[in-house]
Design a protein around this ligand. Structure first.
Ligand code: FAD
Length: 432
């Protein structure tokens, strides 16, 4: 099953799991606004916890990795559901407030006056946690640092149990309908299952262990990390990436595999020091054990099914990494070009090896300086004119772009201005 089919399959399963919510909730006794809003709030409530279950599953790599190779699209589905699905969850407290003719603050205040209100307050806690997650993710994501946003996201671990706990003592359908109780317990089982997968991930049971053989600086700020397997190796295809934990408790970050040796399973990762995690990674010493998970990604995998398709790789800075193994391992059959933009010749990691592998089909672009050892070296940005100058008929090729977001958008615009169709332009972003 390809990734697209898997996605459609997943969306169908999601839709099927939502349907029972419409049938297990008691129909209104009378035809009044209060009764219908109460019915609507209960349906929205059940749909809400199922949405939370799916958001949890899609946001937990330990779960999504069992089924999907393309983590970027899984995370896009997760954030889509987070952005719009959560709005539907919010319908639950809104409709309750209307049905009970309460004040707008009803769902915000921690009322404990009766046993019923105490149980409702469990739901209020879940609602407030979700509201904070939604505001920081859907409205202010761009203004927060990656980690601040991520730590706020941990509130979902509180939202889920509180949302579930408030149902048994507040839901009237739950009290009277066996189907509602069955549906509820299936949802709880789903959370427990994904929770177990998460625990397995935290304990690194789903990871491959590697020994660090080399961790050296190759160009300013860019390091090469050689890893030898201590057990079952990961077997990546060219262009795929792994998630790396430099010790048991560390964060886990994605890096493209720049080299894979199938004779002994060794992997090479080339990373640029950006922030906290890569700062720690550069200090990892030879002999240390690290944990890896993968392989992931399908950026250039289309090429595996079309051995003769001519390919143009466009890399900005460290965005060269997904192309290295691909260029080095490709046979004679495929025509491949590389347009490699970097600050200066000293910063162009792997430049010499790539030049000899590509035999004249590499163009280097520098924002500072120029490479005096090659004629195909230019100053400035990649433009439509650069492509036509070297490629001639630009329609013949599929284009693969990886680099800073601004550079990828600019290249996309230049190619589009040349009439290259969108389905021939493939992009890999270095952040999720
Ligand atoms: C598919 C993919 C392949 C990548 N391949 C390479 C590679 O081969 N070489 C390389 O140098 N870099 C690669 N990166 C980028 C690399 O993962 C980040 O540079 C690194 O995580 C930065 O972490 P930091 O703490 O050092 O920097 P920070 O400055 O703290 O983070 C910089 C940015 O990296 C992203 N990021 C941080 N943590 C994560 C995370 N856990 N998961 C996803 N994104 C995160 C965020 O967008 C953040 O804003 C790749 C990224 C992706 C998504």
């Amino acid at each position: 099953m390809n990734e697209q089919t898997k996605r459609y399959f997943l969306y169908s399963v999601m839709a099927v799991t939502l349907l029972p919510a419409f049938f297990i909730v008691n129909q209104p006794f009378t035809n009044t606004v209060a009764q219908w809003t109460l019915w609507g709030s209960a349906v929205a409530g059940y749909i809400g916890v199922v949405f939370m279950l799916w958001m949890y599953a899609l946001g937990t790599r330990a779960a999504s990795a069992l089924f999907f190779v393309d983590q970027a699209s899984v995370l896009r589905a997760h954030s889509w559901l987070g952005k719009y699905g959560t709005l539907l969850i919010f319908l639950h407290p809104i409709l309750i407030t209307i049905s009970y003719s309460e004040s707008v603050l009803y769902s915000f205040l921690p009322l404990l006056s009766t046993e019923f209100e105490t149980h409702v307050t469990l739901g209020r806690i879940a609602f407030l946690a979700l509201l904070i997650i939604w505001v920081t993710s859907a409205l202010t994501r761009g203004k927060l640092s990656y980690r601040a946003w991520k730590y706020v996201h941990f509130l979902s671990y509180a939202a889920v149990p509180f949302a579930l706990l408030h149902i048994p003592d507040t839901g009237s359908s739950y009290a009277t309908e066996i189907a509602a109780r069955l549906y509820f317990f299936m949802i709880v089982l789903g959370f427990l299952f994904f929770g177990l997968l998460k625990a397995r991930d935290i304990l690194a049971f789903n990871k491959h262990r590697y020994r660090v053989m080399r961790n050296v600086e190759v160009t300013p700020g860019v390091f090469l990390l050689d890893l030898a397997p201590l057990g079952d190796p990961i077997v990546p295809m060219p262009g795929q990436y792994i998630f790396l934990k430099h010790d048991f408790l560390s964060e886990e970050h994605p890096f493209s595999v720049t080299q894979y040796d199938e004779s002994d399973g060794t992997l090479t990762v080339t990373y640029k020091v950006f922030g906290r995690y890569t700062e720690q990674l550069r200090r990892v010493v030879n002999g240390a054990a690290v944990y890896a998970m993968g392989p992931f990604g399908e950026f250039t995998s289309k090429l595996d099914e079309m051995p003769a398709t001519p390919a143009v790789y466009i890399a900005g800075g460290i965005g060269i990494t997904p192309f290295i193994e691909r260029i080095m391992s490709e046979g004679e059959e495929r025509e491949q070009w590389l347009f490699y933009a970097s600050k200066s010749p000293d910063n162009a990691t792997y430049s010499r090896q790539l030049q000899s592998a590509l035999n004249g089909k590499m163009v280097s672009l520098y924002s500072e300086g120029i490479d005096i050892h090659t004629t195909q070296s230019e100053r400035g940005r990649i433009t439509a004119a650069t492509f036509t100058k070297y490629l001639g008929d630009v329609q013949r090729y599929d284009y693969f772009v990886c680099g800073p977001v601004g550079m990828m958008d600019a290249v996309d615009a230049e190619l589009t201005s040349l009439g290259v169709s969108g389905h021939k332009i493939h992009k890999e972003e270095f952040s999720f």
